[in-house]
Design a protein around this ligand. Structure first.
Ligand SMILES: NC(=O)c1ccc[n+]([C@@H]2O[C@H](COP(=O)([O-])OP(=O)(O)OC[C@H]3O[C@@H](n4cnc5c(N)ncnc54)[C@H](O)[C@@H]3O)[C@@H](O)[C@H]2O)c1
Length: 435
């Protein structure tokens, strides 16, 4: 780490999580259990992965923390907001993701994480009905109250830095609107005018975080920070953002599997993906307007991996469909099916079926940890705006659509971007090409 020009990770790192549901409590419990030596952070790149730095005789394989100054798990302090008043212990028990034996050893720490009142608007998630909600005059006031929460948390906990992570429910789809979301001044005016149709509560959290000098991560598919007005704010306050939508189950498989088809020059006629899911996330996504947000995010994956313009014989007009069905008996144990209709030599058809019996929050928790630690690192490295190197963790990576930029969805290209950024922040050469 001798060469790293990133500010050191001194003092405590505050992680303020929007939403204290299945994903957040699984994340928090795992970090606290790992800290006590009672669990292993399996799936976390920052805790396990080793990457090459240097070439030839100079080549070494090092864990990320030996390349760049990543915060230690023991320095993390959690806080959260939620619509429901249950503390992190009660919420972890309710979520039924982890067994009580894996929660109880950190019961006291979890009970101390009591959710702050949510910046919430029921129109954005009709299926939620909690009363731990802020009373707000307008969206500007909503944002100011979140800023105050962040300042209070800093003061009370003594943390040096804060990262804000959205792991709350998926909001209804807000399409980017040129009159509201393209310029910072327009966005601020809309917040002051209480334009509730265009300003989602998540935008108030993001705006507040950035103004308080905290990087913001969007773990759901919400539009929130995927708008030019927020990019402008990032430039003004010199803060990084990342989004959107954790890449956990089916989309992880898709972005890792599609390259098999594309690399072997096989053709694609169609890809049908369906899921059953029974947790609160599934309940919210059962509402068509909320599912629309998820659908937009999930559909974007294939198009940039199997590209018709590059191989018209193989990838023109394939049919891509994604469904999520709410099915309570499975709770957090999502089951995903993929049916892939491919074709080979002389156009002869074949099928591939993938059945992934996964655990949603078990897959999401390590992503929360990695995203928070790497965003804190990016902020200390002085990186500003959308952090494309974090696309590896995200289903629908943010990109500048106003300039026609195409996002990278290919898992292994995303991994190269991640490795290069870690190398760069460690003062090494970002020496790997994307082919
Ligand atoms: N688990 C995965 O694999 C995965 C993958 C990608 C994205 N996600 C996204 O992560 C998010 C969290 O998933 P989950 O399974 O923990 O859901 P969950 O329903 O268990 O938890 C979400 C919590 O957010 C709270 N909430 C909603 N709006 C809020 C607001 N405005 N302010 C504060 N709190 C608010 C809800 O009350 C709820 O407790 C969802 O948006 C989901 O789509 C999850």
């Amino acid at each position: 780490m001798a060469n790293s020009n990133v500010k050191p990770a001194t003092g405590k790192l505050g992680i303020m999580v929007v939403g204290l549901g299945a994903v957040s409590t699984t994340f928090m419990t795992g970090v606290l259990m790992t800290r006590k030596g009672l669990a292993k952070p399996v799936g976390s790149m920052t805790q396990y992965d080793k990457i090459r730095v240097g070439r030839g005789a100079e080549k070494k394989y090092l864990p990320y923390k030996d390349i760049a100054p990543i915060a230690d798990l023991k320095d993390i302090v959690f806080a959260a907001w939620d619509v429901y008043p249950a503390n992190a212990y009660e919420s972890a028990i309710n979520a039924e993701v982890l067994k009580e034996k894996d929660i109880n050893p950190v019961k006291d720490e979890l009970m101390a994480i009591k959710p702050l009142k949510a910046a919430f608007d029921k129109n954005y998630a009709k299926r939620l009905d909690g009363d731990n909600v802020k009373t707000c005059k307008d969206r500007w006031d909503m944002m100011e109250q979140v800023r105050e929460d962040i300042r209070n948390f800093k003061k009370e906990s003594g943390v040096d830095r804060v990262v804000v992570l959205w792991a709350a429910s998926t909001e209804i789809y807000v399409a980017p609107n040129k009159d509201v979301h393209y310029k910072l001044a327009d966005l601020e005016k809309a917040m002051k005018d209480n334009d509730t149709a265009n300003i989602a509560p998540s935008m108030c959290y993001a705006y507040a975080a950035l103004r308080e000098g905290a990087p913001f991560i969007m773990g759901a598919p919400n539009t929130t920070v995927d708008i030019p007005a927020i990019w402008e704010l990032c430039e003004e306050v010199k803060m990084p953002i990342a989004g959107k939508d954790f890449k956990t189950g089916q989309t992880l498989v898709k972005s890792g599997f599609a390259p098999i088809i594309g690399t072997r020059m096989l053709g694609l006629n169609g890809w049908f993906s369906t899921n059953i899911l029974g947790n609160r996330d599934g309940l919210v996504l059962d509402e068509p307007a909320n599912f629309r947000t998820k659908e937009v995010s999930k559909l974007s994956t294939l198009e940039s991996i199997l590209v018709a313009d590059e191989q018209p014989d193989l990838y023109t007009d394939y049919y891509h469909k994604v469904r999520i069905n709410y099915y309570p008996p499975r709770n957090d144990n999502k089951e995903g099916w993929d049916n892939i209709d491919i074709f080979g030599w002389m156009g002869y058809p074949m099928q591939i079926k993938i059945n992934f019996l996964c655990r949603d929050s078990i897959l999401a928790a390590p992503l929360c940890l990695d995203l928070c630690l790497l965003m804190d690192l990016a902020a200390r490295a002085g990186r500003v705006g959308t952090q494309r190197f974090l696309s590896f963790f995200l289903k629908s990576p943010q990109h500048d659509y106003t300039q026609g930029e195409v996002p990278v969805n290919h898992l292994f290209q995303q991994y190269v971007m991640l490795k290069n950024a870690i190398r760069e922040m460690g003062g090494y050469e970002a020496d790997e090409e994307i082919d």
